[in-house]
Ligand binder design. Structure first.
Ligand code: UD1
Ligand code: CA
Length: 448
């Protein structure tokens, strides 16, 4: 890693009307994180400060950025006059004097940290401008990279290209690294004499050459340049992101039985030797330890799962679910904001919310913690080794002591002491022969 100082200028003043959304384009999420968050975390991993350029009236972007990238300085590009003009909106940050300036697009979320490092490398060797290029099967619409004797001499926007230039398949990926000591002088020299009448960032290549400075191309995979303009492209980027993450997970020791059916969030953490069965969804905020089994069709978000625990199939872990070692949450169970202590078992058809289930307790099928009365949430505390009979309703607030026993079908409204037995249901009435008499009466009535 280089010790050169770096500023990443992230352009996010685009209108994004083709998303057909009230949400600004750069706030649409991939793996549960807004696109601009992906761009910022790649920039951060490359090391350095961040300047975010937003459009006029982009309060939603500003608000989101304050949470996602709290240390970024935010600038407004009041009029959309082109990419060079957008970078210059961050003039104050550029004037701080960095060694390297990276220009990134907020709608190009799949850029890899490794590519940023490669892109910056030529600056350390004396280049003034370093441009990320990619080969396109269909280069229509992209700026073309014009290379002579291995040197980048110009970037020509598609609209401004000659017939011969349009046949060049080496395209501008949009991403650029600029010598921080020259950036302002290069950008200030950009004019708007082109087909769109915009101040093109890409013109700094020719300007640099005129000043006898060097420009270079670094080639990268197309994904790094994938700009999102509509929801079909958003889904395409999501698919590529998921594919990358699945592969990384597997290489880190996680077994994915059917990788293409598992969906991760940007921050999912999973320990080695954990097995994920098909069709599992991870929302944001999940940490899973080593040696866990997540059975198929489970939906997990904001939850912690400790080593050797077992989850699912068809389990739902909601925010605040905290499963300790060797605990088990089985089929059709939902757990929310609850600690399931070591070795506790909740095997079937159960809702546990706002609760603690003590170590090695056993919660029978169909148990419900009644945690909500329409106004407030209440806590249920189940002690270690307690046994909750099937189909019990535990009406919170409630404490069930260690080793206590709740009879099946109970509605429990009062605390149960340790080692106590609670039965909260009507006593059974059995009438010998009554079924036979009933049948005879019904049959006689039906004949009439
Ligand atoms: C740009 C490049 C083109 C490259 C392509 C790669 C220029 C002049 N052209 O073209 O060579 O092949 O990206 O995708 O740079 N933006 C602002 N303010 C502006 C204009 C743009 O913030 O005034 C932002 C946009 O929100 C977007 C990015 O800059 O995130 C790129 O702008 P866009 O208009 O999409 O450029 P392209 O025509 O795609
Ligand atoms: Ca674009």
């Amino acid at each position: 890693m280089t010790n050169r100082s770096c500023l990443a200028v992230i352009l996010a003043a685009g209108e994004g009307t083709r998303m057909k959304s009230t949400l600004p384009k750069v706030l649409h999420a991939i793996a549960g994180l807004p696109m601009v968050g992906h761009v910022a975390s790649a920039a951060k991993a490359a090391g350095g400060d961040i300047a975010l350029v937003v459009g006029h009236g982009a309060d939603a972007v500003r608000t989101a950025a304050a949470k996602l990238i709290p240390d970024a300085s935010v600038f407004v590009q009041a009029e959309r006059l082109g990419t060079a003009h957008a970078v210059l909106a961050a003039r104050e940050a550029l004037a701080r004097g960095y060694d390297d300036v990276l220009v990134m697009f907020g709608d190009t979320p799949l850029v890899e940290t490794e590519v940023l490092a490669r892109l910056r490398a030529p600056l350390a060797q004396g280049a003034a401008v370093s441009v990320m290029g990619f080969r396109a099967a269909d280069p229509t619409g992209y700026g073309r990279l014009i290379v002579e004797d291995g040197e980048l001499v110009a970037i020509r926007e598609h609209r401004d290209c000659s017939e011969a230039e349009r046949r060049i398949d080496l395209c501008n990926g949009g991403l650029m690294a600029i010598d921080g000591r020259k950036a302002l002088q290069l950008l200030d020299a950009v004019g708007n004499q082109n087909a769109k009448g915009e101040y093109y960032l890409t013109d700094i290549v020719e300007i640099a050459r005129r000043d006898r400075l060097r420009a270079t191309v670094t080639e990268a995979a197309f994904e790094n340049a994938l700009g999102i303009n509509n929801r079909a492209e958003l889904a395409e980027a999501e698919a590529i992101w998921q594919q990358r993450r699945r592969k990384a997970m597997m290489l880190a020791g996680v077994t994915l039985v059917a990788p293409e059916t598992v969906h991760f969030a940007h921050d999912t953490e999973i320990g080695p030797d954990t097995i994920i069965e098909p069709n599992v969804f991870f929302g944001p905020g999940v940490k899973v330890g080593a040696d866990v089994t997540i059975h198929g069709f489970s939906h997990i978000e904001g939850a912690k799962v400790a080593p050797r625990a077992e989850v699912g199939p068809f389990a739902r872990l909601r925010p605040g679910a905290d499963l300790h070692e060797k605990s088990k949450v089985g089929n059709f169970c939902e757990v929310k904001k609850a600690v399931i202590e070591e070795g506790a078992k909740i095997n079937h058809l159960t809702y546990i919310g706002d609760a603690r289930v003590g170590a090695c307790a056993n919660v029978g099928a169909g148990t419900i913690t009644c945690n909500y009365d329409g106004y407030g949430k209440f806590f249920t505390d189940i002690g270690a080794n307690a046994f909750i009979g099937s189909n019990s309703a535990l009406v919170a607030p409630l404490t069930i002591g260690d080793g206590a026993y709740v009879a099946s079908g109970s509605v429990i409204t009062d605390d149960v002491p340790a080692d106590g037995l609670a039965i909260g249901r009507a006593r059974q009435v059995t009438k010998p022969e009554r079924a036979r008499i009933l049948r005879a009466m019904r049959a006689a009535a039906a004949k009439k």
